[in-house]
Write a protein that binds this ligand. Sequence first.
Ligand code: EAX
Length: 328
Amino acid sequence: MSLLRRAVLGAGLAACLAPLAAAPALAQTQLTIQHPLPLASHYGDGATAFKQTLERLTNNRHRVNIQRNDNEREMVESVQIGTIDCTITSTGPVGNFVPAVRNVDVPFLFRDYAHARGALDSEIGQSILGQFNARGLVGVIWLENGFRHLTNSRREVNLPADMRGLKVRTMENQVHMRAFSTLGALPTPMAFSELVPALQQGTVDGQENPIPVIVANNLNQVQRFLTLTSHVYSPALLICNPGTLGRLNAADRAAFLEAARAAQAANRARVAADDASGVEELRRRGMTVVTTVDTAAFQAALAPAFAEYERSLDGALLRRIRDWRPAQ
Ligand code: EAX
């Protein structure tokens, strides 16, 4: 059995399923999964792969209804109370439900995509998923939002000093808010659903998101400057309601896990594709793009925030993540 299968079954899926008796095998269900982006996006590709795989493997006994809801905190609350079965969401607001998740939102923690995917799929990431059960949630599998970059409507940002005084929308995420205030920006937390109106009305000057999100939502229409800061890797998650999984028999649980892995593969493939083509596309749409960023200067400017993260988050876990290397 693969590490992921054993870890996910051990840490997440099985931990909440074991006490629940298997349901009759023939019931047909309609699972509702919500995510915050257009269907033509890295989350949409993941949701579609999940739907197609689960329906195929269960001969349509379990149908999947994909819906859009651009308020991630609201979706996690809905999964927790059971009004929807699952959500695909960034980790943005999730640390408010499962505090351990805040550790993976630390700026410049992950070196690159291989590091992020490897560490999150390893026992390190699975140990975080295992902490969802105590919060009335199942962290099924790590997905991906991508490395986040800064956009704004006021000026080119080349150095940390250029951030001073910028009103930057952040997710409802204390780790990110601390980073932007340390850089001298004015972090303004809000749900994704409020972002475009806030940019249009000038309530905020800028925001930060991965290329796939910027492209899929045409943020170039309300933002002029893009700086490729890669300041934080933004994980995403497939989170489900424990009851949803508890109603599946053993065969359908295995199909569910297979569908989750298909979602992860499709989601990560689309992030890679959007990252490869998205910057040129945003230039074509008229954005001014700063590509050479003095990352060391941003990391140095964030030193006070890093010191606070060591105190307020799980320093040992952060070190394990930083030290993770692929098996030779
Ligand atoms: O998960 O709120 C955000 O900026 C997220 O990156 C977006 O909803 C995709």
